[in-house]
Design a protein around this ligand. Structure first.
Ligand code: PLP
Length: 397
């Protein structure tokens, strides 16, 4: 038996491994150092009170025959599907409840959803990108078209009518750049996808961080998206669910390719390949969408946003180019003095014990850029910003 040989085409995922090796080596020679970790994409604040109460109550439900739940419906608890559809409705997007699928998180869905397209497809990935997009497609045997973005287009590329693809990934707010597509730019992608019969996979994992009213939270705010897009969303960063695991995926009923309805196909997929998300987790997730839950998660997001403001202020003072931070928990900066991403990583670690993520790890066009995450502790973020100013500002301020 020969296993899936596509795995031989995967490049070693060295980004976070290299970072951890460099940190380990530094701490071996500087054991008393405190590191200011601005690299990590995981949240640091605990789950909010409304979620914790709902989780506890759901655990108690499982202790009594009268309230016990066994298998949950594979596509999600109908009540939670309705709750999520109502959340979209409040933002002016109309969804049917059975267009919303409850999931165990965006990563799982981003990989699994490729089942809908079959093998050997052509997939357009704008880079720099969340590394899982490329790897999931290589594992499936798809051909990846890397579309590089840069400072000149604010890391928001427009479609190129000379390129054609079956699937198009769009991540907005973006990881790693923090850049956001406005309605006009998304409209171009929707028109392009409809014109070439492609499907957009819209990753909205960071929608809750959008603060500018005119920036779309959902691809379905764009005319024509119901015939060309799937939206994948996560509660990980929205509500601190990275370790609790829940998300949702929206597939409109109008999404049809080759006379096949992708919503119906996904129902068939889920009912075959999953037995649903746990009752307890779905109860916790539902609490996020209550008035109290929304207030509490936004109180937490506010703390991350204060971290972002602090780092942006430092970069503004230093006159360093960056994007993101405003509508996203990531800040993407140009490395100073022509340094490469990894040179800048070493420089910050060595000189001021600040750890970020080298942009080159998100695709070749990320070389010369650096990502800061704003999910760290406020005290560490403030100190990191201070240290950045004193290190990089010597000749400038
Ligand atoms: N999509 C993007 C752009 C992400 O940055 C992440 C996590 O960092 C995910 C998806 C994965 O989210 P989840 O925790 O729901 O699997």
């Amino acid at each position: 038996m020969i296993p899936n040989t596509n795995y031989q085409n995967l490049k070693d995922s060295y980004l976070f491994y290299n970072i951890s090796q460099k940190i380990k080596a530094y701490l071996e020679t500087h054991p008393d150092s405190h590191l200011y970790r601005m690299g990590i994409g995981d949240v640091s604040l605990p789950l909010c009170d409304a979620v914790i109460k709902a989780l506890h109550a759901a655990v108690d439900d499982q202790a009594s025959g009268a309230t016990f739940h066994g298998y949950m419906p594979e596509c999600g608890d109908p009540k939670l599907r309705k709750t999520i559809a109502d959340y979209y409705h409040r933002r002016g997007v109309e969804l049917l409840e059975d267009e919303v699928f409850v999931s165990s998180g965006a990563s799982d869905e981003l990989g699994d959803i490729l089942d809908l397209f079959g093998r050997g497809k052509t997939v357009l990935i704008m880079e720099p990108a969340y590394p899982a997009y490329v790897d999931a497609n290589i594992m499936t045997g798809n051909e990846v078209i890397h579309v590089p973005a840069g400072k000149e287009n604010g890391f928001l590329p427009a479609p190129d009518s000379d390129i054609t693809a079956d699937v198009i990934y769009i991540c907005s707010p973006n990881n790693p750049t923090g850049a956001v597509f406005d309605k006009e730019k998304l409209q171009q992608w929707v028109q392009y996808a409809n014109s070439i019969n492609a499907v957009i996979l819209f990753d909205a994992a960071y929608e809750a961080f959008i603060e500018e009213a005119e920036i779309p939270h959902s691809i379905f705010e764009i005319e024509g998206a119901r015939t060309c897009a799937i939206e994948i969303c996560s509660l990980s960063k929205t509500a601190g669910f990275t370790g609790t695991r829940c998300g949702y995926t929206v597939i409109p009923k109008e999404l049809v390719r080759g006379e096949m309805n992708l919503n119906q196909m996904w129902v068939r997929n889920r009912t075959t390949k999953t037995n649903g998300v746990s009752y307890i987790i779905q109860k916790g997730a539902a609490a996020i969408f209550t008035e109290e839950g929304q207030k509490q998660i936004h109180d937490n997001i506010k703390i991350y946003k204060e971290n972002a403001a602090c780092l942006m202020e430092a970069l503004d003072k230093l006159g360093i180019w960056y994007c993101g931070g405003k509508n996203a928990p990531y800040i993407w900066m140009k490395c100073p003095d022509g340094m490469s991403s990894w040179e800048f990583f070493d420089y910050l670690l060595e000189k001021i014990q600040v750890v970020g993520t080298p942009g080159e790890g998100f695709g070749a066009c990320g070389e010369g850029y650096f990502r800061f995450s704003t999910f760290g502790s406020p005290a560490d973020t403030k100190e990191a910003a201070k240290r950045l100013i004193s290190l990089l500002g010597k000749n400038k301020i």
